[in-house]
Design a protein around this ligand. Structure first.
Ligand code: COA
Length: 187
């Protein structure tokens, strides 16, 4: 079954626009990443690897290749035309009809319910248009904000992978909590 990815998804407050490999998008993304290093670096390795606009542009081209292959779909989050972060659905597995959602937001825009809104928009797309049966969210067990989004969105806590992820930031092996939602649980 050929899935048509939508270029824009609309919420009450948020507009989700598919991120494309362009210099403009790379500039916009890089600026927000650069301003949010302290906020993002505990939870992702890529802010440290993103040191110039060209790094963001390369990321966008690499990601677009995965989109063409049907494996990943990423949206920029916009509030009144202002870019505030990203949400993506990745590791899309056609046979298992499964995928994972990942996200990040500019620190100034946190605690306003934006990521809860974004996850709900993307899970709707996943279950209603992308023909998926299971969506998971994985996060460091100490990332209370990310675990909080998964819980608030009604994802079920499945368990914790023990020390499955090495973090350069913490210089330690980290535990990863896994949450999921099935199509049968989605309404
Ligand atoms: C994780 C992140 C995207 C959350 O976005 P957000 O828009 O602030 O989340 P929401 O406002 O939708 O919060 C949903 C729930 O999560 C919990 N939560 C969110 N931030 C929290 C925090 N700092 N401390 C404790 N609980 C928090 C709350 O239960 C909240 O519901 P409530 O506001 O009704 O109490 C944001 O903090 C972020 O970008 N963090 C850095 C990047 C990151 O960790 N990404 C995920 C990696 S797995």
């Amino acid at each position: 079954m050929k899935i048509k990815f939508k270029n824009q998804l609309n919420g009450k407050r948020l507009t989700l626009k598919r991120t494309r490999p362009s210099l403009k998008m790379a500039e916009v993304m890089f600026k927000v990443i650069d301003e949010n290093r302290i906020h993002l670096e505990p939870w992702f390795p890529w802010p440290k690897q993103t040191q110039k606009i060209e790094d963001s542009l390369k990321y966008l081209f690499d990601k677009e290749e995965k989109t063409v292959q049907g494996k990943q779909l990423e949206y920029g989050l916009f509030v009144n035309l202002k870019y505030i972060g990203n949400i993506s659905i990745f590791d899309i597995h056609r046979e298992n009809k499964s995928a994972e959602i990942g996200y990040w937001l500019s620190s100034a825009q946190t605690r306003k319910g934006y990521m809860t809104e974004a996850v709900k928009i993307l899970e709707k797309e996943a279950f209603e248009n992308l023909d998926l049966n299971r969506v998971q969210i994985k996060c460091d067990e100490e990332n209370v904000a990310s675990c909080g989004v998964a819980t608030k969105c009604g994802f079920t806590y499945e368990g914790t992978f023990r020390e499955d992820d090495y973090s350069e930031y913490f210089n330690d092996f980290r535990n990863t909590s896994v949450f999921s939602k099935l199509k049968s649980e989605y309404q």
